[in-house]
Design a protein around this ligand. Structure first.
Ligand code: AMP
Length: 170
């Protein structure tokens, strides 16, 4: 799934994955879980994520390579948040070489709508459900709705700049 932050990659990826019975692999979720768990990956990633910047390609490529090698991804997968740079895309091509062709979905949303969505959405602290006001502002599992640390307006603008610079070329 390609698209700017707030385009709806996570929401659509979850639907695709559920309909096809394959795992949704969200690199943002993997990193947030690492931060939560206080692992080495989490400790080194937290400040970078809070600043709206990207984690290094080598780290991200290693994470996805390891994840795609697990049994549940053998019949397909939906990637959400990866690749985010041309280097990551080239590495992904090499990882899936010889397998079925990748399907790329690119979601385009006007920037004003992205900023509105990102700064008003809330995430369930338990299950990651994305709650958008006026659409689905409840938690699927009943957990507490919280704001992502990087969903404030200054960081959102930085994330959109990073998207234009590093991900748009994809
Ligand atoms: P997301 O939940 O996809 O918006 O990702 C949240 C944050 O995690 C991003 O702003 C980056 O700091 C980091 N991140 C997630 N996926 C990647 C990736 N493929 N490459 C680099 N950084 C990533």
């Amino acid at each position: 799934m390609l698209g700017a932050p707030g385009a709806g990659k996570g929401t659509q990826a979850e639907r695709f994955a559920r309909n096809r019975g394959v795992p949704k692999i969200s690199t943002g979720d993997i990193l947030r879980e690492a931060v939560q768990a206080g692992t080495e990956l989490g400790r080194t990633s937290k400040a970078i994520m809070d600043a709206g910047q990207l984690i290094g390609d080598d780290v991200m490529i290693a994470i996805v390579k390891e994840r795609l090698a697990r049994a549940d991804a053998s019949n397909g997968f939906v990637l959400d948040g990866f690749p985010r740079t041309v280097t990551q895309a080239v590495a992904l091509d090499a990882m899936v070489k010889g397998g079925s062709p990748l399907v790329v979905v690119d979601i385009e949303v006007p920037e004003a709508a992205l900023i509105e969505r990102l700064t008003t959405r809330r995430i369930c602290a338990n299950c990651g459900w994305i709650a958008v006001p006026g659409l689905n502002a409840w938690a699927r599992c009943g957990g507490p709705l919280v704001q992502r640390r990087d969903d404030n307006v200054e960081i959102v603008r930085e994330r959109l700049r990073v998207y234009d610079r590093d991900t748009q070329p994809l």
